[in-house]
Design a protein around this ligand. Sequence first.
Ligand code: 13P
Length: 254
Amino acid sequence: MRKQIVAANWKMNLTIQEAEKLVNELIEKLPTLQINQEVVVGVPFPYLTMVKGIIANKANVFVAAQNCYTKDAGAYTGETSVPMLKSIGVEYVIIGHSERREYFHECHKMLTEKVERCFEHGLKPIFCCGEPLKIREAGLQNQYVETQLKESLFQFSAEQLKGFIIAYEPIWAIGTGKTASSEQAQEMHAHIRSVFQGQYGADIADTISILYGGSVKAANANEIFGKPDVDGGLVGGASLVVSEFVPIIEGLSS
Ligand code: 13P
């Protein structure tokens, strides 16, 4: 049974006081999680230790960094390495979010290196992919996403990619209130799984958790998560409001 995950991506939001209040409230209201279900909270670097401390004893709840650097240590002012994240108990890292690709010019090769650092040090990447509106309008989304996966991930072995986590986030649906329909999500998720199947075989493809991201809300989570190839969500804006985020977690099928 592959993992179902609801991951929060707080992005660059909240003061530490607001963050502490939010995570305490989330833990208090957290629904019961099945054995194969996880909640991952992706928070800004300065809050990782605080959030980790609050969720420490909660089964199936983990903390994620929103980025990491490609090198382990050295003269890279302002960067945060995977060994640093590991040393404070971080388990997950969001890699290749479209905002990082766009605003920080992260390319396929850089993302490969980041995933590689995570594998080396035993952290779990949540690898983001997804097409811009122009590509969707041209009907080229399948090829576009396939290229993102191939260029950054197909250097890795089947063993390394077993249980890997992908977040499909169509850029036109991020922060716009315009969600992909559950059919559009299912179609792309099935495509992503078939791309992995073609390269690594069905045994590996079936272990990959594919999360949908882009304007996931309490009102649409259950329908989207109900699709056979959708294994949960990566949630931005709605993860900042506990009364929205908790029903999203409840939207995971049992
Ligand atoms: P929104 O849920 O705010 O659309 O953001 C999605 C996202 O980018 C999560 O990584």
